[in-house]
Design a protein around this ligand. Structure first.
Ligand SMILES: Nc1ncnc2c1ncn2[C@@H]1O[C@H](COP(=O)(O)OP(=O)(O)OP(=O)(O)O)[C@@H](O)[C@H]1O
Ligand SMILES: [Mg+2]
Length: 460
């Protein structure tokens, strides 16, 4: 089995920032902070073992208004690091004992992700072998082996059709070739398919049993026998299923689990959104009651503890936590002192300016304008955005953000959608057309809405 390659972690901070720059405009301080955090994990990995366990990750709090790139930075970072990454909202957890998700479930979810990633990687390494085995089984089905004490050796439609008088081996090879060429893909074949009787488990899990359902569900599904069922399938489909089954047999699940745990423990990242929503001291009434409780429950996980998952014990000591929040009402200093100490790095993100909007619209690899141009190109419609159109869009975004509510770059989405609403609708009826979008077009489509503040509140 292939060893863990953590290639992303070898990037230097400068390289990490450069990578992030391709997607996120501005926010230099936040990019630097996460780049250092990521690099530190690699540094830690290269320490002598005695020291390695002493080094705690430097967790980060990103503070900034909505829609300025907090989540985006964390998401891109995780992709760079090729690390198990989970995004959760702190506010969805409740104190132990209350109804709802308990905080530890985030580790169980991350473990699930980690297992899936490792499993997918390992499956990839055995894919070729699995496909070969699947092909052999498929050929056996298409051309069953001769029964030893059979009266008739075998007579099938298939055999007759394809090679009326060839030897078995030759026929098999011929079939193999046809299979490769995809010529048999639509033929129907009968196959034993594994199917699990899930209904009962589903009933259990939907009855709001909260947390304990996860483990219970797993236990139940292991207890229930897996039934097999004969099904008629197209060859193409059967081939996929058989390859999956064969891959499953080739994979050593214990090894996968061990590697997944190792990866989670050493490079897992949890993005804890809306941390500000659980900040604030107890007022004693209403929903506030459990805020401190959630903080209290969070603490051991962030500080490092052992969480029981269905794959085994997982230690959280070196999981990196990146928290984010607006912190308009509450401040990081409203968090419990212990928790504050566990998030030593604070970075503020800047509100986005008109200049940023122009760049966000055009510069990132996945820039919004590029997305729309490409989307409509699939219809044969060519959009041409003039520079003054981009400026006009940025102007409107800035204005509406000021007048109604500042939702940062998300404003660009609503504006672009409204701007291109008409073209998006009619595009299939105008293939081959080229449409120039200039400032005049932008203002023509949006000026009315912008002028009317109430209308803007609803539409943009
Ligand atoms: N600085 C930026 N550069 C490029 N795109 C950005 C930037 N800021 C935000 N965006 C885009 O705006 C959208 C919303 O950003 P994101 O999800 O990161 O917001 P957020 O800061 O996490 O806000 P919230 O506090 O509401 O969660 C994303 O699709 C992102 O691509
Ligand atoms: Mg966010």
């Amino acid at each position: 089995m292939k060893p863990t390659t953590d290639s992303g972690a070898k990037l230097t901070p400068t390289q990490i920032v450069a990578e992030l720059d391709r997607y996120i405009i501005g926010q230099e301080r936040a990019k630097r902070a996460v780049a250092i955090a990521l690099r530190n994990r690699w540094r830690r990995q290269n320490l002598p073992p005695e020291l390695r366990d002493e080094v705690a990750p430097k967790n980060i709090i990103m503070i900034g208004p909505t829609g300025v790139g907090k989540t985006e930075i964390a998401r891109r970072l995780a992709r760079l690091a090729q690390a198990p990454f989970l995004k959760v909202e702190a506010s969805k957890y409740t104190e132990v004992g209350y109804v709802g998700r308990d905080v530890e479930s985030m580790i169980r979810d991350l473990m699930e992700l980690s297992v899936n990633v490792v499993k997918a990687e390992v499956t990839e390494t055995v894919r070729e072998k699995a496909e070969q085995l699947a092909e052999d089984r498929l050929l056996d089905l298409l051309l069953p082996p001769i029964r030893v004490r059979g009266e008739e050796p075998f007579s099938s439609e298939t055999l007759e059709e394809i090679a009326p008088d060839a030897s078995r081996q030759a026929t098999r090879e011929k079939l193999r070739q046809q299979l490769h060429a995809g010529k048999l893909d639509d033929r129907l074949i009968e196959l034993e398919v594994k199917s699990q009787a899930i209904p009962m488990v589903e009933i259990f899990s939907s009855s709001g049993m909260g947390e304990m359902d996860q483990n219970l569900r797993d236990m139940l599904s292991q207890m229930l026998p897996t039934k097999t069922k004969r099904r008629k399938l197209k060859v193409a489909e059967a081939r996929r299923l058989l390859a999956q089954e064969e891959a499953q047999k080739l994979i050593d699940m214990d090894e996968v689990t061990a590697q997944a745990i190792q990866r989670l423990e050493n490079s897992g990242i949890i993005f804890l959104d809306e941390l500000d929503k659980v900040a604030g001291r107890e007022t004693g009434v209403g929903p506030d009651v459990s805020r401190e409780g959630v903080q209290r429950d969070l603490l051991p996980i962030v500080e490092g503890s052992t969480v029981m998952t269905k794959y085994g014990m997982v230690r959280t000591d070196h999981v990196l936590f990146i928290a984010a929040g607006g912190f308009h009402v509450s401040k990081p200093s409203d968090l419990s002192p212990e928790l504050q100490g566990r998030f030593p790095i604070r970075v503020e993100l800047d509100p986005l300016t008109r200049g940023d909007f122009i760049r966000i619209l055009t510069e990132p690899k996945n820039a919004l304008i590029t997305q729309y141009v490409e989307l409509l190109r699939t219809e044969g419609v060519e959009l041409k955005f003039a520079p003054d159109a981009v400026k006009a869009i940025a102007d409107i975004a800035t204005l509406v953000n000021e007048r109604t509510e500042n939702i940062g770059a998300r404003r660009l989405y609503t504006i672009m959608e409204k701007l291109l609403d008409d073209i998006s609708f009619r595009a299939p009826e105008m293939p081959g057309e080229e449409i120039a979008i200039d400032a005049e077009y932008v203002n023509g489509r949006l000026a009315e809405v912008v002028k009317d503040e109430d209308l803007a509140r609803f539409i943009l």
